[in-house]
Design a protein around this ligand. Structure first.
Ligand code: 1HN
Length: 343
């Protein structure tokens, strides 16, 4: 690609006149927004090591009472996007949320779609539009756009989960807003939607929401996903052990914006992920090992860590244990890339 004219080549008086009329010449900026052959990517490969974050999160529990936080969260901000922009990837926000025993995070609803991935602790539940959803290690709990949600913790130790939202996208679309609510009535039995959809290929026969873009099952228990991956390993000797979380009614991604999945690494295994256009985040549910992006310096990871990596890269994951499998939950922007025709 040949070089294009620069701003400096234009007479200052002309530039001033353009600015005065809210005009910008394209050609000096063209290559920056359309780089040759590969997009520029701000998302950095990094690991938010849980052992390092946890003391700071617990300190937030001492420093800031729930009334002053509403949601007590340390945001996993990718420095490549600017820390203050609270982006893990271009479209994904991530944060670690802490609730102490007896605390409640008050009812609200908002336009961004949210998923919680439970990291540690037990005895908490989230009520989503009247349905209490139990929160156990590795579970995915959905609060799709517009659904009321509040969190309760009745256990004895702290509970921590990873929030994953399409907030940066919603914000850029000038579509991000929230509404405060009053405490919810539990109008539905605990884990009702999980009960309805808990058997693969079986759905309730009365459902008037089949065409809705919001997945009707709210809780995806980790024990089920893990068991599926372990079972797959019995049948797949070499292939990648990977599943996608989908809307059980439609087979579509859980959200139009973010796709979720899980991976298992066999003992001692190194996998090379197929190159993808989308940036990705990885939460380690079990195990320890290393991640390398484009053959760069390997990042070590262990249980409860959360990593990010940019798209258009070769990513390898190695399981450091020769005897135990490792398990990861993934989130990426694949549904958006597919919709836009760039995946
Ligand atoms: C939110 O509603 C929660 O409900 C957590 O737990 C994190 C980050 C940004 C905007 C809304 C929650 C959030 C959030």
């Amino acid at each position: 690609m040949h070089a294009l004219g620069t701003l400096e080549e234009l007479p200052q008086a002309y530039r001033d006149e353009l600015t005065g009329q809210n005009l910008v010449p394209l050609w000096p900026n063209m290559r920056a927004v359309l780089p040759p052959n590969i997009p520029s990517r701000r998302t950095q490969a990094l690991n938010w090591n849980y052992d390092a974050v946890r003391p700071l999160l617990l300190q937030a529990g001492e420093l800031t009472p729930m009334e002053k936080a509403e949601r007590r969260v340390l945001v996993l901000a990718n420095p490549g996007h600017g820390l203050g922009n609270m982006q893990a990837t271009p479209s994904i926000y991530m944060g670690l949320q802490l609730i102490l025993p007896g605390e409640t995070a008050p009812n609200h609803r908002h336009t961004p779609n949210a998923v919680r991935i439970i990291v540690e602790g037990e005895g908490a539940y989230t009520t989503v539009d009247g349905e209490p959803c139990r929160m156990e290690r590795g579970d995915l709990i959905l609060t799709p756009a517009g659904k009321w949600h509040e969190h309760h913790h009745e256990g004895s130790g702290p509970i921590v989960w990873l929030d994953v939202l399409d907030l940066p996208l919603m914000y850029q679309l000038e579509g991000s807003w929230a509404m405060e609510g009053v405490p919810q009535q539990q109008t539905l039995p605990r884990d009702k939607s999980f009960a309805e959809y808990s058997a693969a290929g079986v759905v309730p026969s009365i459902n008037f929401q089949r065409t809705e873009t919001k997945a009707p099952m709210l809780r995806y228990p980790w024990v089920r996903t893990r068991a599926c991956l372990v079972e797959m390993a019995e049948h797949y000797r070499e292939d990648l052990l990977r599943i996608d979380y989908v809307n059980p009614e439609t087979g579509a991604s859980l959200f139009p914006s973010i796709g979720f999945g899980a991976l298992m690494l066999r003992p001692g295994e190194t996998i090379r992920l197929p190159r993808r256009t989308t940036a990705c985040i990885y939460h380690i549910v079990e195990g320890q090992g290393r991640m390398s992006v484009d053959g760069g310096e390997a990042l070590g990871w262990r249980e409860k860590d959360t990593l990010s990596a940019p798209g258009y890269t070769d990513i390898t994951f190695s399981n450091a244990s020769g005897s135990e499998p490792a398990f990861l939950i993934t989130a990426d922007e694949a549904p958006l890339h597919r919709y836009l025709g760039i995946f």
